[in-house]
Design a binder for this molecule. Structure first.
Ligand code: ZN
Length: 239
């Protein structure tokens, strides 16, 4: 056995297996997705109990053997326990983690998305109240870091000005009235400005509370990932 690997990671998923073990899916800053088992982690008094809960974040030491990783130590930055204090915050965090699970791949680091998730979790941990705005801010950056993003500054088809703009999920952005796919929902100036502001700067920020922004971003996300996510419904039903 060589030296253990040291990775900065967020626990996206933690599943109990056998009597006392947990299988962790980590979003690591250095290597993208990594699966690791945490032996004895859900045994009472285990030193890995906190480090192996969902949304925990810190520096994880992993030992490799036969292509599998085992947790060999952890310096925890935060277990993000406050997120669990309300079901809505927990459901919001679970939604963000679900989307990362869907897209983060092994051996493909995505540091901007890692930091975005970390910053969004910090908002949740600190009790930020507008959870729809928080989720919307995450979705907006998530789409820009993972897919084609959402074109917000011109008509996605003709590049022209956004007169009577629509949210065009199929085309991946705002479209003018002439080029919008039939059935696309109208986008107000207020919504468009709120979305643009949320994308400014490098740091994650929630979308200001303008009705309809979150719903539009859910539409873009499910269209781009080509599937529905029950984590959205679960979150919305708790609001
Ligand atoms: Zn157009």
């Amino acid at each position: 056995m060589g030296f253990p690997l040291k990775l900065n990671a967020i626990v996206l998923q933690s599943v109990n297996y056998r009597d006392h073990d947990r299988m962790l899916t980590l979003f690591t800053r250095e290597q993208g997705r990594v699966e690791a088992s945490a032996r004895g982690a859900h045994k009472t008094g285990s030193r890995y109990m906190a480090a192996s809960t969902q949304f925990a974040m810190g520096e994880y030491l992993l030992r490799e053997s036969g292509g599998r990783y085992t947790l060999a130590g952890c310096t925890l930055d935060s277990a993000h326990y406050a997120i669990r204090e309300t079901p809505t915050r927990l459901a919001c965090a679970a939604l963000l983690a679900r989307l990362c699970l869907e897209t983060v791949q092994e051996g493909e680091p995505n540091e901007p998305l890692f930091l975005t998730l970390l910053q969004a979790l910090a908002y949740l941990e600190n009790g930020y109240e507008d959870l729809k705005g928080l989720a919307a801010g995450f979705l907006l950056r998530f789409l820009h870091l993972n897919g084609q993003g959402v074109v917000l500054d011109r008509c996605v088809q003709c590049g022209g000005p956004l007169k009577d703009a629509r949210f065009d999920y199929m085309k991946g952005g705002l479209a003018c009235a002439e080029h919008a796919t039939p059935g696309s929902l109208p986008a107000t100036r207020e919504q468009v400005f709120a979305l643009r502001r949320a994308l400014q700067g490098d740091r994650f920020r929630p979308v200001e509370s303008v009705p309809g922004c979150y719903e539009a971003l859910r539409g873009f996300t499910e269209y781009q990932l080509d599937r529905r996510f029950s984590a959205f419904d679960y979150f919305e039903n708790l609001l």
